[in-house]
Design a protein around this ligand. Sequence first.
Ligand SMILES: Nc1ncnc2c1ncn2[C@@H]1O[C@H](COP(=O)(O)OP(=O)(O)OP(=O)(O)O)[C@@H](O)[C@H]1O
Ligand SMILES: [Mg+2]
Length: 224
Amino acid sequence: MTLRLNDITVTLGSGESRTTALHGLTTTFQPGALTALVGPSGSGKSTLLAVAGALLRPDEGQVVLGETDLASLTDRERARTRRTRIGYMFQSGNLLAGLTAEEQLLAAASLAGGRPRAVRDQARELLADVGLAHRLRHRPDQLSGGERQRVALARALLTRPELLLVDEPTAAVDRTRAGDLTGLIARTTHQHGCVTVVATHDPVVIEAADTTIDMLDHATATTG
Ligand SMILES: Nc1ncnc2c1ncn2[C@@H]1O[C@H](COP(=O)(O)OP(=O)(O)OP(=O)(O)O)[C@@H](O)[C@H]1O
Ligand SMILES: [Mg+2]
């Protein structure tokens, strides 16, 4: 499955804060490839992830996931697509308050249509992969920022998404962990053949990526 973004324009805010975050962006992401999305702060990386992940509707343009044009889906179908086909690891972590690290993964599996009991071992394995074997019973308010983000990554990987969207996975961790997480994301991408897009400023991630997209190239291409 490929992900195609075709002539995407996104305008955010209103009045004086009105900003064109993406302007006529066209690009294709290949399955089994880790793409690093680079560019200065404010260049639209997180906005691109939100549009690609069906969290934000573009003002113009198409987002096509495999054969599916996201604009043609009802709200219900979009929600289902998010639960079953897309994995997210965003900076905020987006964890559910009150659930332990392990329960976050089991809940996601359940929402995607799986049986939590069947995936418990795998959930623990993934939490160990992201260095949280000792934090299974911790709730979000008992985890550090970097730990919350790693729970979100383990949760994203558990549902075996076709599209994996990751926002600055290494910003809140030490260098050793940054290497480990990057390796895990790259391995998962190559083994599962998912489309993976990672917004990053980190040379470690850029080095490990199969392709790099510079948001500034797109900005100059579309305004020139
Ligand atoms: N709700 C909003 N209203 C108005 N402008 C916004 C809104 N959200 C984001 N923006 C603007 O849109 C632009 C793109 O933001 P985005 O978050 O996509 O950047 P980014 O490349 O992810 O930056 P960073 O590297 O700092 O995470 C920025 O200039 C930002 O100020
Ligand atoms: Mg961002």
